[in-house]
Design a protein around this ligand. Structure first.
Ligand SMILES: NC(=O)c1ccc[n+]([C@@H]2O[C@H](COP(=O)([O-])OP(=O)(O)OC[C@H]3O[C@@H](n4cnc5c(N)ncnc54)[C@H](OP(=O)(O)O)[C@@H]3O)[C@@H](O)[C@H]2O)c1
Length: 257
């Protein structure tokens, strides 16, 4: 892949301010894309990512768009238009990365209807309507990349509502690939295993026993890094992946084989 595989492209990364999304935003910018770094509340983290990208010679801007409430997709695209300026002439976009997600859910016995609605609203409904309302802007030949989870493939009953959202997201991906193929747009999911991000900090970081157990889940014997996922997303976003669509790319380091 060329060093500037995404020169001239514009990308939107939801949840681009921290964790996996941050690594994706930085990697796509390094490959030449102008990147919209969408976040929910933590403006400082988003501005830090934008600043880092700019310092490294890339192009990026931040936009606040909290997902999970009706009207969220419309508000996101309105914020995109308000901030994009020269980064997205005509409001057009080439790459949509649906990364923002709620990473946990209570087990079946304690799950409430509100918990269920919340995790589905952020992890499934928001990507649906971001894509629906983004289709007019998404250029032919564009890319949709949904960040799924190994939890859609591996039974983890303690977080089954979360896993179910990612199963739904993968089915969405599959249908998008069929629907948008005639426009040369590809749609793929990337399914990480355990990655060292804030969502796992409480039980993972600084706990050698938990770290060893998490590492042992992967055939490769370590915990995933955000860059492990970002590099796959960069491939899918590039022209090298033009013949890959409707797939779930496993990014678990061979967990649950
Ligand atoms: N970490 C893992 O082990 C793992 C494994 C498999 C799949 N995944 C998936 O990977 C994706 C990213 O996970 P992560 O661990 O990188 O997350 P993270 O470290 O918790 O990062 C969260 C990012 O998403 C944004 N965000 C959170 N809730 C949001 C909402 N309601 N609306 C809009 N933005 C929101 C945050 O913005 P603020 O900073 O403003 O809050 C932040 O930019 C998720 O879809 C997750 O399910 C993660």
């Amino acid at each position: 892949m060329g060093a500037r595989a995404l020169e001239g492209k514009t990308a939107l990364v939801t949840g681009g301010s921290r964790g996996i999304g941050r690594a994706i935003a930085q990697r796509l910018a390094r490959d030449g894309a102008a990147v919209a770094v969408a976040y929910a509340r933590n403006e400082a983290a988003a501005e830090e990512v934008v600043e880092r990208i700019r310092k490294d010679g890339g192009r990026a801007f931040a936009l606040r768009a909290e997902l999970g409430r009706h009207g969220d997709a419309a508000r996101l695209w309105a914020a995109f238009d308000a901030h994009a300026g020269e980064y997205a002439p005509g409001g057009a976009v080439d790459i949509i990365v649906n990364n923002a997600g709620i990473g946990r859910s209570p087990d079946l016995s304690s799950l409430t209807e509100d918990d269920f609605d919340e995790v589905f609203a952020v992890n499934v409904r928001a990507p649906f309507f971001i894509v629906q309302q983004g289709l007019k802007r998404l250029r032919d030949g564009g890319r949709i990349i949904n960040i799924s989870s190994g939890a859609a493939r591996i039974a983890l009953p303690e977080i089954m509502a979360y896993g179910s959202t990612k199963g739904a997201l993968d089915t969405f991906t599959l249908n998008l690939a069929k629907e948008l193929g005639p426009r040369g747009i590809t749609a793929n999911s990337v399914a990480p295993g355990i990655i060292d991000t804030d969502v796992n900090a409480g039980w993972l970081r600084g706990n050698p026993q938990a770290e060893a157990q998490a590492a042992a889940l992967s055939a490769l014997g370590r915990i995933g890094r955000t860059e492990d996922v970002a590099d796959i997303v960069a491939f899918l976003a590039s022209d090298d992946a033009r013949w890959v669509t409707g797939q779930v790319i496993d990014a678990t380091g061979g967990s649950g084989l």
